[in-house]
Ligand binder design. Structure first.
Ligand SMILES: Cc1ncc(COP(=O)(O)O)c(C=O)c1O
Length: 417
């Protein structure tokens, strides 16, 4: 039988997996002009984000450019008009390369919280074991670790983040005891956008047999992230913030040699090496040799291709260029806020300790009141209730402009007068 007929026949009998078929529908997005050559104003036009409002909340949700949305829509159309729901394995290679990890170390999740739950439950911890964590955790990190503490009696040793890399490193070291088994901190906090020196912390932890389980919700898409270079053991992140990818898409990195250490608890198709279940035999042969063991069952091809389109978008603009732009806007905002009298900036001034977020408060004014006032002016920020900070968080990405930041600063000035 010739190869084409063989392929089509197998396809019609369902012998060729949807995974293989799903890969064939990836279409590289086309742009009118080389993305690397575009000005930031031109790049802004690639986002359907409404023009009559100022969106400064990328730290919660990053709106996608049109190329990502078109990829998702086309894929949904394809999936639903052919019934080939896919499972695009080739996308994983490109996503892993972008994150600086091996394909075998990548688990695709639905959000950061899912990855944190896998880390919190999978680590071999017993009653009395200690885990170092911050008081500035997002609910998506605090709750999984609190749940493990509640159900298994592990002890959480909590510290309040400080304002320099060195101080934060020292704070962590000061909490280590002979019972410390893991350091479970954010790469970048959700409250003040404080960036922790993960590489130094990971080196320190590794020498002492302590696991590093990082909440990387704000890492990918801001810094030119290379997770292997960071040296941590596990890193959970998402594509729906700074990656500007599909809502409801995330990842978990598991260092290859720790796959059998981080116990998998939720399993299904694609997690296993084989299984038997009959009247005479019940046997799960083992788990696949990759981090695919942590994700299973039907996945969304449109969302996975949307992630690849987001990777494509970042790569075509240039990852260094994106990091520089994010830093430039962050400096502009930070310096503008510093000039205002009567506000308290909570984000560290040290440049290595911040990247994409500035948090501040106005003594005497509740954050909800400030948020309401700004909302009336069509400016979207996020309030920070975590750790009782009563602050405002402003997060800026490449599509924002200095003139939008000026408008925000003008409104804050009015509130102060
Ligand atoms: C630091 C941090 N961790 C975890 C999360 C939860 O992320 P997700 O919604 O992707 O689960 C967030 C969300 O804002 C966050 O800022």
């Amino acid at each position: 039988m010739d190869k084409r007929r063989d392929f089509l026949q197998k396809l019609s009998f369902g012998l060729i997996t949807p995974a293989l078929f799903g890969t064939s529908i990836w279409k590289e997005p086309k742009f009118e002009k080389d993305l690397g050559e575009m000005s930031w104003e031109e790049i802004r036009k690639l986002f359907p984000l409404e023009k009559n409002r100022i969106y400064l909340n990328n730290g919660t949700f990053g709106p996608s450019p049109k190329s990502v949305l078109d990829t998702i829509q086309d894929s949904f159309q394809h999936t639903n008009s052919t019934g080939e729901y896919g499972n695009p394995s080739s996308g994983r290679e490109r996503i892993a390369a972008f994150l600086g990890i091996k394909k075998s170390e990548l688990c695709l999740t639905h959000n950061t919280t899912e990855g944190i739950n896998i880390m919190a439950w999978g680590l071999p911890l017993k009653k009395g074991d200690e885990v170092i964590i911050t008081s500035h955790e997002h609910a998506g990190s605090a709750i999984p670790w609190l749940n493990r503490a509640k159900l298994d009696g592990i002890v959480l040793k909590v510290f309040k983040p400080s304002d320099t890399r060195n101080k934060n490193f020292e704070l962590i070291k000061s909490l280590v005891t002979s019972r410390t088994k893991a350091i479970a901190i954010p790469h970048i906090t959700c409250t003040t956008g404080t960036v922790f020196p993960i590489r130094e912390i990971a080196d320190f932890a590794r020498e002492r047999g302590i696991f590093t389980a990082i909440d990387g919700a704000h890492g990918a898409g801001t810094l030119k992230l290379n997770i292997s270079e960071l040296g941590c053991d596990f890193y959970a992140g998402c594509f729906h913030k700074w990656m500007l990818g599909p809502n409801g898409s995330g990842f978990l990195y598991v260092k290859e040699d720790l796959l059998d250490t981080l116990q998998v608890y939720q399993v299904g198709a694609y997690s296993e090496k084989g299984w038997e279940l009959s009247e005479s035999k019940a046997n799960l042969k083992g788990y696949v040799e990759t981090a695919h063991r942590y994700d299973f069952g039907t996945q969304s091809t449109p969302l996975h291709l949307g992630i690849v389109a987001a990777v494509d978008f970042h790569e075509k603009i240039g990852r260094e260029k994106i990091e520089l732009r994010v830093r430039e806007l962050n400096d502009y905002l930070f310096n503008g806020l510093k000039e205002l009298k009567g506000i308290e900036i909570l984000t560290p001034e040290e440049r290595e300790s911040r990247i994409s977020v500035v948090a501040f408060r106005i003594p005497g004014l509740d954050y909800q009141e400030i948020a309401k006032k700004l909302s009336k002016k069509k400016i979207r920020i996020r309030g920070v209730h975590e750790a009782g900070l009563n602050a405002i968080r402003v997060s800026t990405h490449i599509y924002n402009s200095k003139s939008e930041i000026d408008t925000l600063l003008g409104e804050i000035k009015t509130m102060l007068s």
